[in-house]
Design a protein around this ligand. Structure first.
Ligand code: NAG
Ligand code: NAG
Ligand code: NAG
Ligand code: NAG
Length: 330
């Protein structure tokens, strides 16, 4: 590696690390996105999964999973739950457009050799912990598995204890799993690490100041509801459900599929998301781009598809978790 490149990598890296420390990542679909994913999912549950979900939800939810799917966003800044903030996303190195759970970090070499720029030693410490793992880790501590992919595996495993004595709070496990299966389908949730999945990309959305991440969390969905569905979320959900049973009927089995013997397949969902982030979310966007009809109308089908896939896959995962073949094996 040439010295000039090394030097600019170092500077970039210091900048990235400072950004991460200063700006906590706010990631994931907004309120409507999570609601839609969970509504679709609950309508597709097997009898045994529907029964388990009903038992795990607090009485106050009146058996409506969607009403609590935003809970992990509401609590992630509370001192008691701050550990969960890193579990909402899995950002990847800039411009590579693929997800790798734990391959070697391209930054590890630089981190290990940045002592002269790092009088406090904090970066070298970070380098030691992050060098093995690329995309699924806590960005500030480097701890492996602390990302949305690890979290989906974690809460699936906890829920497999349903019906037996367990130290885990399975109500929380259900709400985390339902939220994170939604989050992982938001393409910018697996966006680039340097801009925090688009959070640091300032844009104009029909002349209103936004960031790109927020456009994908909320604005595309809300604009669609206003323009095409009479500002009625239920109408949008019904239209998606229609397409799951008709236009996409041939693809749904493929969405539900997971490698044999696996219950969730979050690596697949994260890989799809970063590809779509590159192909659609970031494409043609630069700082202060003015995003209007051309962007909205070409990206809306992707957003709708991801909501549909999130709902279908959450149901498939819960059906596998609470299906007799798996619980019998426990
Ligand atoms: C797994 O769940 C426990 C809480 O039950 C939590 O402390 C831990 O951080 C979680 N890890 C991941 C990767 O989700
Ligand atoms: C499980 O978590 C929920 C949500 O945080 C909480 O309301 C409930 O009291 C917890 N249950 C137990 C047994 O701790
Ligand atoms: C929204 O649409 C649903 C389904 O068509 C309908 O039942 C409901 O009354 C509508 N809500 C409002 C506020 O118009
Ligand atoms: C449903 O599918 C039709 C035909 O492909 C498409 O025109 C429409 O936009 C889709 N609607 C939704 C909500 O996905």
């Amino acid at each position: 590696m040439q010295h000039r490149t090394m030097e600019s990598y170092k500077i970039q890296l210091v900048a990235i690390v400072s950004l991460i420390l200063v700006f906590p990542n706010t990631q994931g679909w907004g309120e409507d996105g999570h609601f839609i994913v969970c509504k679709i999912a609950q309508s597709r549950l097997s009898n045994s999964a529907a029964e388990a979900v009903k038992n795990l939800l607090p009485e106050s939810a009146q058996n409506d999973l969607a009403s609590l799917c935003l809970w992990p966003d509401e609590i992630k800044r509370d001192a008691r739950y701050r550990w969960s903030a890193t579990l909402h996303f899995a950002d990847t190195p800039d411009s590579l457009c693929n997800f790798q759970y734990d391959s070697k970090s391209p930054y590890s070499f630089i981190l290990m050799h940045s002592a002269s720029n790092d009088p406090s030693g904090a970066l070298s410490e970070l380098g030691k912990t992050t060098q093995q793992f690329r995309d699924c880790k806590d960005l500030s501590t480097g701890e492996k598995g602390q990302c949305v992919v690890g979290a989906i595996n974690n809460y699936t495993n906890q829920l497999l204890n349903y019906g037996s004595v367990t130290k885990y709070n399975l109500t929380e496990a259900l709400l985390f799993l339902s939220h994170f299966v939604g989050d992982i389908h938001q393409p910018l949730h697996c966006g680039f690490v340097s801009d925090l999945g688009g959070n640091r990309v300032a844009v104009n959305w029909y002349n209103t100041v936004r960031n790109l991440h927020r456009v994908w969390d909320d604005d595309i969905i809300e604009t669609a509801e206003e323009r095409f569905y009479d500002s009625n979320r239920t109408e949008y959900i019904n239209a998606i459900q229609q397409n799951i049973t008709k236009a996409w009927a041939d693809q749904v089995k493929g969405w539900e599929n997971c490698s044999p013997n696996k219950i969730p397949c979050p690596d697949i969902y994260a890989s799809e998301s970063i590809e779509e982030a590159c192909q659609w979310a970031y494409k043609g966007v630069s700082v202060n781009s003015n995003l209007q009809d051309e962007y909205f109308l070409t990206r809306l089908p992707i957003v709708t598809l991801r909501l549909a896939q999130g709902g279908v896959r959450l149901a498939a995962t819960l059906n596998r978790i609470f299906g007799t073949q798996y619980s019998a094996a426990m």
